[in-house]
Write a protein that binds this ligand. Structure first.
Ligand code: GLU
Ligand code: ZN
Length: 494
C-alpha cells in the first residue's frame, strides 16, 4: 500500500498559518510519493463546532489549490470523512474496549470532577482524574444505573511499565505509564467520542500510514499508543512538525500580526507567496534556494529535509515573496486580481467594467511595481477615481521653499501642461528639468507640489504616467485648486 496521509482539522476556528503548514506538508508529502491526501473533519466537539469555520476550511483549501483525494466532498472508499457521521463506529469500539478490560465506565458527576480539580489546585497538584471508577464493584455499578447516571468511558492506562514509540524527527520517545494522563475519557456521556478515540480509530480504519501534525499533539501521543495497543493495532509512523514561531522566538500568535489565512487573503497576499513562505517554516531544500512553486514542492518535498528545530513565520519575507509573485503576473492577470479590490473600495461599479478595460490596463501598468499586497491599490490608485477633499499646505510646500515660491512653480507647470501632454514621457522629463532649472529649484522640489496637487499624496505611481491617465482637464483643475489654497496661505502670512 502506498502513502496515505491526512489533514484532520476541527472546525472550531479559522484556518491559520500553523494549520495550513500542516495541510501543505501532508499534501506535498502525498504528492511527492504518489500517495493519497485525505481530508477528515474532526467535528466531535459539538460545543465548539462552527459552520463558519467549516466554510473557511473549504475556502482556504480551494484558495491554496490543494486537491483532496478523499474527503467529505470528494468521497472515497473509507468514508464517511466527517467524524460526526461515524459515531456508531466509535461507540462500538469503546464498548469493545470495556469488554476486553482496557476501558471502564465512569459515573463521576461533573460536580465531583470539579471538586477534585479544585482540591488539586489548592494542594498545588495536577494529577487529573483519581481513577475512582476503575474498580467499581458490580453492585456499585448497579446502583448508578438505577439512579439513571449516564457514564463516560475511560481508557485504562497501565499503572506500570512504559510506553515507547518513535517519531520520525524526534526519534524514540519513552514515557512511564504512570506519567500518562490518568484514564482519559474516550466516549463522552452524550455518546460522542473524544478527539483521542475518534482520531485513533479513524487513522486505523482509513489506513493512514504517516501522521504529520503539529508538535502540540506530541503530549497526547503516548496515550494514543496505549489505545492502539489496547485495540490490538499498530500506530502509523508519527512525524510531529517543527513548532511555528514568530521572529522573536515565541510561538506564533496574534501578537505577531495576522495569523488567520482569511486575513492574508483579504489584504491581498497571493497564494503563491503564502505557499512559498509557509513551506519554508521548518523545511528547507538546501541552504540557498528560496523560490518554490506549489508544483515544484509537489515533487521536491521530502521528510528528511524537515528541521528538528522550530521554524519561523517571517512577515517581512512574506511581503518580499508577495511582491515577487505580483511582479510575475501578466498585466491581464493582475487586473483580474485587482478588480475585486477596486470594487470593494467603491472605485468602480461592476456594471461599468466593460467600458473601463483600457483605463484599468493603464492603472495596472502604472502601479504594478509598487504593490506589496493587492490592497495597496487603494493608496496608489484612489486619486484616479475620487476627488481629493483636503490638501495640507505642509505637504505641498517643499521643505526648503515657501508658499509663494510653490505657487510660482505650479503656475509654470500649469502653463506648460498642454506642451507636457503633447510630448512623450522622456521628453516631458527633460522639459521639467529645464523648467526647474529656470526657477532655480531642484527637480524633486519642483515635482513635489505637482505630485501632491494631482494625486493627493507625496507617494504616488510614476507621476508623468499618472498625469496622462488623469487627463489635462482634471490635472489643470487640481493644480488651480492648490494654487488658490496656497495663495490664501501667502495672504495669511502677510
Ligand atoms: N483535530 C485535530 C486538530 O484539530 C487533529 C490533530 C491530529 O492531526 O491528530 O488539529
Ligand atoms: Zn469516575
Amino acid at each position: 500500500m502506498g502513502i496515505r496521509v491526512r489533514y484532520a482539522p476541527s472546525p472550531t476556528g479559522l484556518q491559520h498559518i500553523g494549520g495550513i503548514r500542516t495541510a501543505l506538508f501532508n499534501y506535498f508529502f502525498a504528492r511527492s510519493r504518489n500517495g493519497e491526501f485525505i481530508l477528515r473533519i474532526e467535528d466531535t466537539d459539538r460545543e465548539r463546532y462552527s459552520e463558519n469555520a467549516l466554510n473557511d476550511l473549504h475556502n482556504t483549501l480551494k484558495w491554496l489549490g490543494i486537491e483532496v483525494d478523499e474527503g467529505p466532498e470528494k468521497g472515497g472508499e473509507y468514508g464517511p470523512y466527517v467524524q460526526s457521521e461515524r459515531t456508531e463506529l466509535y461507540r462500538e469500539h469503546a464498548r469493545r474496549l470495556v469488554e476486553s478490560g482496557h476501558a471502564y465506565y465512569c459515573y463521576c458527576s461533573q460536580e465531583r470532577l470539579e471538586d477534585l480539580r479544585e482540591k488539586q489546585k489548592k494542594d498545588k497538584q495536577d494529577f487529573g482524574y483519581d481513577r475512582k471508577c476503575r474498580d467499581l464493584t458490580e453492585s456499585e455499578i448497579e446502583e448508578y444505573k438505577r439512579d439513571g447516571v449516564k457514564p463516560v468511558i475511560r481508557l485504562k492506562i497501565p499503572l506500570e511499565g512504559e510506553t515507547v514509540f518513535s517519531d520520525y524527527l524526534i526519534g524514540e520517545i519513552k514515557k512511564k505509564n504512570i506519567d500518562i494522563s490518568p484514564d482519559p475519557v474516550l466516549l463522552k456521556s452524550d455518546g460522542y467520542p473524544t478527539y483521542h478515540l475518534a482520531n485513533v480509530i479513524d487513522d486505523h480504519f482509513m489506513n493512514i500510514t504517516h501522521i504529520l501534525r503539529a508538535q502540540e499533539w506530541l503530549p497526547s501521543c503516548p496515550l494514543h499508543v496505549v489505545l492502539y495497543d489496547a485495540l490490538g493495532w499498530k500506530p502509523p509512523q508519527y512525524c510531529h512538525l517543527p513548532m511555528v514561531m514568530g521572529s522573536n522566538g515565541q510561538k506564533l500568535s496574534k501578537r505577531h500580526g495576522a495569523t488567520a489565512v482569511r486575513d492574508f487573503i483579504e489584504k491581498g497576499y497571493l497564494s503563491e507567496a503564502i505557499i512559498n513562505n509557509v513551506s519554508l517554516i521548518g523545511w528547507a531544500y538546501d541552504d540557498s534556494r528560496e523560490f518554490f512553486t506549489k508544483e515544484e514542492l509537489e515533487k521536491l518535498f521530502t521528510l528528511d529535509k524537515l528541521s528538528k528545530s522550530p521554524g519561523v513565520f517571517d512577515y517581512k519575507k512574506l511581503d518580499w515573496f508577495n511582491g515577487h509573485y505580483i511582479r510575475e503576473k501578466s498585466n491581464e492577470e493582475l487586473k483580474e486580481l485587482l478588480i475585486p479590490y477596486l470594487i470593494k473600495y467603491g472605485f468602480i461599479e461592476p456594471e461599468k467594467l466593460p467600458d473601463m478595460a483600457s483605463f484599468l490596463d493603464e492603472i495596472v501598468s502604472l502601479t504594478r511595481d509598487r504593490l506589496k499586497v493587492l490592497s495597496d491599490i487603494k493608496d496608489f490608485a484612489w486619486f484616479f477615481f475620487k476627488e481629493i477633499d483636503t490638501y495640507l499646505p505642509d505637504e505641498i510646500i517643499p521643505k526648503k521653499l515657501n508658499a509663494a515660491k510653490t505657487v510660482e512653480i505650479l503656475e509654470v507647470i500649469k502653463k506648460h501642461l498642454p506642451d507636457m501632454f503633447a510630448k512623450n514621457e522622456d521628453k516631458v522629463e527633460e522639459l521639467l528639468k529645464t523648467l526647474a532649472e529656470n526657477l532655480g529649484v531642484k527637480l524633486g522640489d519642483f515635482i513635489m507640489p505637482l505630485r501632491v496637487a494631482a494625486t493627493g499624496s507625496n507617494v504616488s505611481p510614476p507621476i508623468i504616467g499618472s498625469l496622462k491617465l488623469l487627463g489635462i482637464e482634471k490635472t489643470t483643475a487640481r493644480i488651480e485648486r492648490v494654487i488658490n489654497i496656497l495663495k490664501d496661505e501667502v495672504g495669511n502670512n502677510e
